[in-house]
Design a protein. Sequence first.
Length: 238
Amino acid sequence: MNRSDILYYPEVDSTNKALREYLHVAQEGFTIVAGRQTAGRGRMGRSFISPAGGLYMSLILKPEKDSFSLITSAAAVAVTQVIEEKYAVKCGIKWVNDIIKDGKKVCGILAEAVFDGSEKPAAVILGIGINLVAPEGGFEKEIKDIATHLGICLTADEKIDLAAEITNRILSLYPRPESFVNEYREKSVVIGKEIFVIRGSEKTYGFAKDIDDECGLIVDYGSKTEVLRTGEISVRLK
Ligand code: BTN
């Protein structure tokens, strides 16, 4: 995938939504990048605040197997690798796929399946939002205690280059879990920590023991152990 294959919008509602228009013509790896989003979507139906200065990108994957946690985990490793190689900024990963710098979130990842009538998704739209710099006026109050930025100011052209590298890295990693699971585990900021597993309004206390070979989180509740394949946890990172 070349940078010339990337579609750039200075502003869009959501790159994940915009990409749906291209699904029938686009190949795996087709990527949309936006300078800002007016209705960025986050996990669990939340919104993703997407001011100018960030990198907002979505790409199409057409996986053989529809393992979401492996796809988003591959994306998390790909983003951390590229950011470290290009800008020498080291980040960790909070299960499932938040990217963390200095104990705060710098990047969120959202995978959405698109079905065409069969049981297996016809495609997966993978969206990635990276806080490159602090937004003008600072982060909004809902996220200011949990969000930070990489401190990397990029032009639109440089964002397109970065997006192309991230897409290419994801394409090479995601079909081969053995190529990224060890690194996913090494970059985990959760293993060995006390956590809460969040299910709706319920929070269950546990201990994050390890991550298995499919990027599931092994949680010890004292009386029993469970492997989480998807979901949400909270953990104190600082
Ligand atoms: C999360 O942390 O909850 C996931 C956030 C995913 C945000 C990205 S930004 C690009 C793409 N377009 C969207 O509307 N969402 C994703």
